[in-house]
Design a protein around this ligand. Structure first.
Ligand SMILES: Cc1cc2nc3c(=O)[nH]c(=O)nc-3n(C[C@H](O)[C@H](O)[C@H](O)COP(=O)(O)O)c2cc1C
Length: 193
């Protein structure tokens, strides 16, 4: 079983990366093959809106997104981590999401692998743990609507600047458990179901 982690923070060792890493560690502990990718360390251009993918189901932009398409095509699990920037996902995360448009056919039928389950990790600086549920709901709902991705767990970290993830054992444990849960769920769910 393959699980792909996507880190949408430009800070490769901070909260989002730590939480995605913990989720993947939990998945690996259950026997999954894991890999993670930091968008900002790759050459990934924004979608140019050419719509060529609607005819070919392939993105014409020749960049590192094709590394991610290849990884996603063989992954049953997705771990998507984003910081909150200006009350929404980061630009890096949005760029990644826009480029998933290549999986979407003209009638909204999709070519994304079937039966994929996800864990979301969302980090932000504000001290209110109740914030940004609408961002989480948007991500969860859109991933499901467009690509049939079932979000199994969400790891949300508030106050992430003052109290970083790496020093919060409860957050690390929650992320690790989410990774284990992801593999357990996928093991019981026929891929493609
Ligand atoms: C450009 C920018 C915009 C931000 N906007 C928000 C925001 O709207 N709400 C918030 O709570 N934190 C905001 N933050 C704080 C980040 O969400 C916080 O630093 C988070 O930990 C970043 O994730 P990282 O540590 O994985 O890089 C912002 C930070 C930056 C750099």
């Amino acid at each position: 079983m393959h699980i792909t982690g996507i880190i949408g923070s430009p800070r490769p060792k901070r909260n989002t990366a730590v939480l995605v890493g913990q989720v993947l560690a939990g998945a690996a502990e259950r026997g999954a093959h894991t890999a993670s990718y930091t968008i900002s360390q790759m050459q990934i251009a924004p979608c140019n809106g050419c719509e060529a993918c609607k005819h070919t189901a392939q993105c014409v932009i020749k960049d590192d997104m094709h590394t991610l398409y290849a990884a996603l095509n063989q992954s049953q699990g997705l771990v998507l981590g984003t910081p909150i920037y200006f009350d929404h996902v980061s630009a890096q995360t949005k760029t990644f999401l826009d480029r998933l448009y290549a999986y979407l056919g003209p009638q909204l039928e999709h070519y994304y692998p079937r039966g994929v389950a996800a864990v979301l990790a969302v980090c932000y600086g504000d001290g209110d743990p109740a914030l940004y549920e609408e961002v989480v709901a948007w991500l969860r709902e859109r991933l499901s609507f467009y690509y049939g991705i079932h979000t199994l767990a969400v790891v949300k970290l508030h106050d992430a600047d003052a109290r970083p993830a790496a020093r919060r054992p409860e957050a690390l444990a929650q992320a690790f458990a989410a990774g284990q849960q992801l593999v357990d769920y996928l093991s019981q769910t026929p891929h493609g179901g």
